[in-house]
Design a protein around this ligand. Structure first.
Ligand code: SAM
Length: 219
């Protein structure tokens, strides 16, 4: 894991850092209980435009379950990079990568300050991490995602969204109603993305309160 410059100082300013009790194996345990176990990550992988040999960046990757699911879908023929604020999350991602034989490139830092050159990735994805940051960080992350994507590359925002009816909505709503998710609930991502040359191609609910919006970078 690489610590990006200034990552100690930006902790908690840029978003909720899932450390100690809420990070690593505890995160995976609680996430599974709350319906974010492997079936959810497989669903995310299934709605993404995956192709063998592609380069993928996961923003707010946590314990990198998304990257591992993507890698399994592509029989490990993929280059996965993940960025997260939390060393606890990334340390456990390293262990999971080793256990599952998936090679992961992990960086500790904020999703709005990416250490990659322009046009580095075929796909940038983020799963329930935007809702853990501030509006300013989300806008910065979208700008950075567009910059590091190749022309015609894909950007997938998987985030808490205005709920459609479902039992899981009733159970989970208290966890999400206090989060700062205005862009998602009011569906502002398409406009913010458009300002950054990212055009909405498709959207689909993965859960009754979690939506995947898929954008494509115009060339
Ligand atoms: C709810 S977890 C989601 C983790 C993972 N994407 C998943 O689907 O399981 C949110 C993650 O976002 C990370 N995070 C919060 N703000 C961040 C930021 N500004 N930059 C990078 N990661 C951030 C947290 O440390 C945490 O690991």
């Amino acid at each position: 894991m690489k610590n990006l410059k200034g990552c100690e100082e930006i902790n908690h300013i840029k978003g909720n850092n899932f450390g100690w009790l809420f990070g690593g194996k505890h995160y995976d345990f609680f996430a599974t209980i709350l319906g974010f176990g492997m079936p959810y990550y497989n669903q995310v992988a299934e709605v993404l435009p995956l192709e063998t040999g592609m380069s993928v960046l996961d923003l707010g990757c946590g314990t990198e379950s998304v990257g591992i699911a993507i890698s399994r879908h592509l029989a490990k023929d993929v280059d996965i990079h993940g960025v997260d604020l939390s060393g606890t999350q990334l340390d456990y991602a390293i262990i999971k990568g080793l256990r599952s034989g998936v090679s992961l490139n992990l960086y500790r830092g904020s999703m709005d300050l990416l250490p990659f050159s322009d046009g580095s990735f075929d796909l940038v994805v983020t799963s329930v991490a935007f809702c853990e940051t501030t509006s300013e960080v989300r806008k910065g992350a979208i700008m950075e995602a567009s910059r590091v994507l190749k022309d015609k590359g894909f950007f997938a925002i998987v985030d808490c969204a205005k709920p459609i009816l479902g039992m899981d909505t009733v159970m989970m709503l208290p966890f999400f109603m206090f989060k700062e998710t205005a862009e998602s609930w009011n569906n502002h991502y398409p406009d913010i993305c458009l300002e950054n040359n990212l055009i909405l191609e498709n959207e689909i609910y993965i859960k009754s309160y979690v939506k995947c919006q898929l954008f494509r970078k115009a060339d």
